[in-house]
Design a protein around this ligand. Structure first.
Ligand code: C2E
Ligand code: CA
Ligand code: CA
Ligand code: CA
Length: 278
């Protein structure tokens, strides 16, 4: 592995053999990482744009590899997905996030946690049964769990998808579409599937202060969500100018560095307490 900037590492060397080796090392590393507790979750707070209150958090996984330092999920999640290891890792992530949400609840702060679900985890695992078991184990009310799914997950095997989502929805679990608008998909699934939340991808949000196309797209997504009575969350909000536009268009919830970076579970609790005093 060779170092990139900012503590990130590139596992893939450029020749084909080296690349295979890099992948194998990372796969073994990931298995060991789970046993050695090298995986951690951080939580990025989401904020109601109008009241200013925290709306919930998104759980994001981190891997602190002892020799390499921080490995980004953008680097290891795709590999875990390819190898199938994501089913195991995803189960750990779900359990960890629900246990954390139970701690916030016990401290007097019912806070919704959103968990990313990968395609293999959705279609190969037994997601509905797993979620039911974990909620019961953690004594977490189902409405405090949100699952983030991408459009590509929803488009694979629509009948199976519908059956799984109906079961989750019947339990009271919230369903969000992540990176909305970036996948290839038909909008008709929005009618058939029990979707609660649309998350506007940060690639659309980035230039809303001055790009007319992006402003049009974001406005349209917000309008669509409102018409379908879904919540809408804008991701990757970094500037006051972006926030001003979202406020003007009545976007309900924002997530991004402007409000908070992803932080540890204790820091979320501190934020909840401060908000309570304000
Ligand atoms: P995502 O689900 O779209 O997550 C949002 C990403 O945007 C996160 O990167 C977050 O740290 C980053 N972000 C948040 N606010 C801002 C902002 O204001 N500006 C910018 N530039 N970025 C912002 P992260 O944590 O590196 O995760 C990258 C991707 O890895 C995630 O994209 C998701 O696809 C995947 N991932 C992360 N955690 C998990 C997980 O627990 N399970 C699964 N299956 N995938 C995960
Ligand atoms: Ca997400
Ligand atoms: Ca996203
Ligand atoms: Ca553009």
């Amino acid at each position: 592995a060779k170092a990139l900037g900012g503590g990130r590492f590139e596992f893939f060397t450029h020749d084909r053999h080296g690349m295979a080796l890099g992948r194998l090392h990372m796969e073994i590393g990931l298995r060991v990482a789970m046993e050695r507790n090298e995986l951690k979750l951080v939580y990025q707070p989401q904020r109601h744009i109008f009241s200013g209150e925290m709306a919930g958090v998104e759980a994001l996984v981190r891997w602190h590899e002892p020799r390499l330092g921080m490995v980004s999920p953008g680097d290891f999640i795709p590999l875990a997905e390819e190898s199938g290891l994501i089913v195991l890792i995803g189960e750990w992530i779900l359990r960890q996030a629900c246990a954390q949400a139970q701690q916030w609840l016990a401290a007097g702060f019912p806070t919704r946690v959103a968990v990313n679900v990968s395609p293999r985890q959705f279609h190969d695992g037994d997601l509905a049964n797993l979620v039911a078991a974990v909620l019961q184990e953690c004594r977490l009310p189902a409405h405090l769990l949100e699952l983030e799914l991408t459009e590509s997950i929803l488009m694979q095997n629509i009948e199976q998808t519908l059956a799984i989502l109906d079961r989750l929805h019947a339990m009271g679990v919230k369903i969000a579409i992540d990176d909305f608008g970036t996948g290839y998909s038909s909008l008709s699934y929005l009618k058939r599937l029990p979707i609660d939340v649309l998350k506007i991808d940060q690639s659309f949000v980035r230039d809303i202060a001055d790009d007319p196309d992006d402003r049009a797209i974001v406005s349209a997504i917000i309008g669509l969500a409102h018409s379908l009575q879904m919540d809408v969350i804008a991701e990757g909000v970094e500037t006051e100018a972006q926030l001003a536009f979202l406020r003007e268009r009545q976007c309900g919830i924002m997530q991004g560095y402007l409000f908070s970076r992803p932080v540890g579970g204790d820091e979320v609790l501190r934020l909840l307490r401060t908000q309570c005093l304000a």
